[in-house]
Design a protein around this ligand. Structure first.
Ligand code: ZN
Ligand code: ZN
Length: 228
């Protein structure tokens, strides 16, 4: 298992004394939009090439309210040597939520409370996306329901990520953090990563590790391998 030095808090406030040595098996960017989102231009074959090229072990495709990438992914993903998981970013009037697991039959237009209940009942994972982004925040009393939160988002200002980190630090270790690039262009892929201690091959593994495993968020360029 490779040992990395990880600066667990990303963006511009990385400091060496926050760095810690950590066993990393999977480096994943868990928040990426493809051209199936109206706002992204990323094509899936190129995405897979890029992810492999920069050394990611896995990615999650999280298009806005759609899993339309799934047939394309199923067609090419097993040739790509990296783990590809299709989730989605669900839009509500209380903010945006990454959903993993039961996305094939997820009902549309649920309110945030309903969405939480539904995802939980179906055994999935729901993660508030960029909850402190000023243009698209998550309502605070909804945030309270969360067990996992996207603390680092590649498209946020550092101050928005910092606000999120501050809020999480006041929750008595109740909350686990993830990070993702929120890439809408190929250059953004992998800017922020979540690193996992155990192998993830499919959606079930991913859900299990999110719920019970160990992981950290990191700015990708700050990951530094110490020993293999
Ligand atoms: Zn978008
Ligand atoms: Zn997004």
């Amino acid at each position: 298992m490779p040992m990395y030095k990880i600066f667990s808090i990303g963006d511009n406030y990385l400091t060496t004394n926050r760095a810690k040595a950590y066993h990393v098996t999977m480096i994943m960017d868990i928040h990426i939009h493809t051209h199936f989102s109206p706002c992204s231009i990323i094509k899936i074959p190129k995405l897979l090439c890029r992810a492999r090229e920069i050394g990611l072990d896995g990615i999650c495709i999280t298009d806005h309210d759609t899993i339309a990438s799934k047939p394309v992914v199923e067609d090419i993903a097993n040739k790509s040597e990296i783990c590809v998981i299709v989730g989605l970013e669900y839009t509500t009037s209380d903010g945006d939520f990454l959903v993993f697991g039961p996305v094939d039959y997820i009902p549309r237009d649920m309110r945030a409370e309903e969405l939480y209940r539904w995802v939980k009942k179906e055994g999935g994972v729901i993660i508030p996306a960029h909850p402190f982004r000023s243009s698209r925040p998550v309502t605070l009393n909804i945030l309270q329901y969360s067990e996992i939160i996207e603390m680092l988002n590649g498209r946020n200002h550092s101050s928005e990520n910092e606000s999120c980190r501050n809020w999480i630090s006041k929750q008595q270790n109740r909350i686990k953090e993830v990070g993702g690039s929120d890439a809408h262009t190929i250059e953004e892929v992998g800017k922020i990563a979540t690193v996992f201690e155990k192998d993830i091959y499919n959606s079930d593994d991913f859900i299990r590790e999110l719920q019970h495993g160990n992981y950290l968020t990191a700015a990708y360029e700050s990951l530094q391998m110490i020993s293999a």
